[in-house]
Write a protein that binds this ligand. Sequence first.
Ligand code: ASP
Ligand code: MG
Length: 436
Amino acid sequence: MLVFKFGGASVQDAEGLRRLLRLVRTYGGDSLWVVVSAMGKTTNLLEQVVQAVRDDRWPEAMELCGQIREAHLERIQPLRLEVDSRATSPDQKNLEQVLDTWMDRLLEELRSLRGSQLSYNCFYDQVVGYGEILSTALVSAYFDQNGWGHRWVDARDVLVTDATWRDARIQWEPTIQRLHEVHQEDYRNHQGVQCVLTQGFIGRDRVSGLNTTLGREGSDFTASVVAHALHARELWVWKDVDGVMDADPRLFPMARLLPSLSYLEAVEMTYYGATVIHPKTIQPLQNKGIPLRVRSFLHPEAPGTLIGGGENEDQRHSCVIVKKNQGLLELVSKDFSFISEEGLSMIYRALYEQGLKANLARHTAVSFSLVVDNDPYKLQPVQEALSPFFEIHLTQGLSLWTLMHQSDKMRRGFLSGKQWLFEQHLNDIYQYVVVE
Ligand code: ASP
Ligand code: MG
């Protein structure tokens, strides 16, 4: 079987939905899971909704929900009467009704959460996954309309997680079991099922039964979990770029496509901040030797990038990765005690509890500096937990540049005109904390 993942950019307009159906028909084979994220920038809008409700700006929250509805309506309107000529048994759905059913549920959810005592991060997880629900409900209705037999699965019923809100961790055993159950059920009991359609990014906490999310851009990871559990032949991530590049083409127009990468290179690149795939995606695939293809939905005939195809496991490409919106957290021990194992474990625990990662770290005798994603809702609890023991200073407006496997000359070229606070290197991986 195969797993396909379609991100927000691939379903941002009517043409994206048409294309998705075409790609699934053309390349899907006979056992396929399709993982879809929220359409366009829906997740960002939902984050604003959360913020507005939390700040008790209810009319603004409603206005934002109106915008979400409008944006979806614009996407589906051109598709209203569209039925593929090959469709054998089209089931004409009113796409607008489907949209409104789910919009109503979202509003209901917001009303019931209003004034609740949930922490910000938990509240966030109850709301923000609606983007994925909306997108897959609409894709599903469009599939029906075109006679494309499939089953819509609510990912929250299969992805069992813990309660690390906004960065929930998969509980592997029950998740694998649930995925197997659903997979077998599908192809046994549902005649004419050509694929399973589900959402990326969302899961459910095993204990509380509340919704969870896997972290921004986490749909790739969902697809990788599905591929791992069901022993997929390959995972294909469909994107609006030709594949994995050696630099972000929006920042560096000279960026080149990398036709193949080892798992290790892909892990390294995503660890240092390459956003083409979510950092957690590689491990579950590597563990089962499942290749990952990153392909362009605009040029589906092009081969894209193959990750972990078994060849060149020790190759190294030179590349540059820029991680934006970083904060530098400087911690100085209050009683002038050395930064000990105890201090370090306290610091790392505080980060772990918020699902934050030290993107770069260095310490001296009494101080510790960490470069982290500048997310105030995660950083504030970290600062609160550590402030009894450390003086803490946060510098914002930074980005972290990682230059991998490059000559001195190439590095100088990339960094010309830049100002940085400090640098660190290990072998031929150089990192710079650059002032934005
Ligand atoms: N919709 C979510 C986000 O925008 C998840 C994803 O796109 O992978 O972060
Ligand atoms: Mg996305």
